[in-house]
Design a binder for this molecule. Structure first.
Ligand code: GDP
Ligand code: ZN
Length: 347
């Protein structure tokens, strides 16, 4: 078993904005459908299809998309609930949740072998990449992409700060964008500062639930500000210190944006989740390796020393990128933690 661990700083949003309006007037006992915007573990803030936010609880065991399993509800879940009124308090009771398109997990802090669901039904995960200040290495990009593949989440690479690059650096961006486009990933060169291609990002985000990831300092807060000026993000460092200093508990939360899009913010969770997989599975999450697998002699080929390996052949012909193969070997060997520490001192 190998674990792919991704630790990125995710955006922190200003908590005072977009606070849900809790419904005061509700119809009793009407079944409603909604989406979970916030979860504290015992209370769930659900936005119903009528646009009103309801504070909900779970009662007893309930079914998930027809299965008999019980599972905690998470941000992004599509749920069914009914309202109940006791005295002057009205709460929603969640009784069923739809099957999840996907979900991202983290290892439980308390119980090492258990995992917790961070968020569900994510349409797009954007990774912000910068060449320097800070440097984003291909090994890091590849781990992000593997995780997204394993989660079945569409991944998009945003090469930020293009306003700062010289000719050589712009060439490097072009090279990287071509490399990843070739594999099938959408890539956009942007500047969160000068608004370059911000409209393109908005177009990709439309009617989608989105997440933004990337090293601290790549420009996540600046980008979200450019996308939705009212959000007024703090930089992650400041808000991290702030959180630690105040010992506040923050929760994953979904926010509506003005252009028909949602962002999921996971404060305090440095990561795009973790994925557990078997060795043989890893290559399947490199789409260009997966396509070549049919040419490998052994169907459980790890593409290392095996004879007649389609991936190695393509590599020798430079039809696939060495940087991708190197990332693959690193992940296979489970060296990602070392690699991350060596190269990303800021984390
Ligand atoms: P975060 O940690 O990912 O949220 O990064 P921030 O949004 O706080 O950005 C880190 C620094 O990079 C800030 O000083 C920003 O002004 C700067 N920055 C972000 N995007 C750009 C960009 O597109 N161009 C330039 N020149 N600077 C940027
Ligand atoms: Zn092979």
């Amino acid at each position: 078993m190998i674990w792919i661990l991704l630790r990125l700083n995710l955006i922190r949003l200003n908590k005072t904005l977009f606070l849900p309006k809790v419904a005061i007037f509700v119809l009793l006992n009407r079944a409603m459908k909604g989406t979970v915007y916030k979860s504290t573990g015992s209370w769930y803030t659900v936005k119903a299809e009528n646009g009103i936010f309801y504070e909900c609880r779970i009662k007893g065991k309930f079914r998930i998309g027809g299965s008999k399993n019980t599972n905690p509800v998470s941000v992004g879940d599509h749920v069914y609930f009914k309202t109940e009124t006791k005295g002057d308090e009205t709460v929603g009771i969640i009784y069923e949740i739809d099957a999840r398109e996907n979900y991202i997990i983290r290892k439980s802090v308390k119980l090492a072998k258990q995992t917790q669901i961070i968020a569900a039904n994510i349409d797009i995960a954007f990774l912000l990449v910068t060449l320097n200040n800070p440097a984003t290495f291909t090994s890091f990009i590849d781990r992000f992409l593997v995780t997204a593949e394993a989660y079945s989440i569409k991944a998009v690479l945003l090469f930020n700060k293009v306003d700062t690059y010289n000719k050589e650096e712009l060439e490097e961006i072009k090279y990287l964008a071509a490399l990843y486009r070739n594999i099938g990933y959408e890539c956009v060169a942007i500047s969160a500062k000068t608004d370059k291609n911000i409209e393109k990002v908005k177009a990709l985000m439309k009617q989608k639930v989105c997440m933004f990831s990337g090293h601290s300092g790549v420009g996540k807060s600046t980008l979200v500000n450019a996308l939705e000026p009212g959000l007024n993000l703090k930089t992650s460092e400041i808000s991290e210190q702030h959180q630690q200093g105040q010992h506040t508990t923050t929760f994953t939360q979904m926010y509506d944006l003005s252009f028909d899009s949602q962002i999921i913010d996971t404060p305090g969770i440095k990561g795009f989740g973790v994925v557990e997989m078997d060795e043989e599975e890893l290559g399947d999450y490199f789409p260009e390796f997966f396509k070549l697998k049919q040419y490998c002699k052994f169907n459980n080929c790890l593409h290392i020393e095996e004879p007649k390996c389609g991936v190695k052949k393509a590599l020798e012909k430079e039809e696939i990128a060495w940087s991708r193969y190197k990332s693959y070997l690193q992940m296979l060997e489970g060296e990602e933690e070392h690699y991350r520490i060596d190269n990303y001192g800021n984390e």
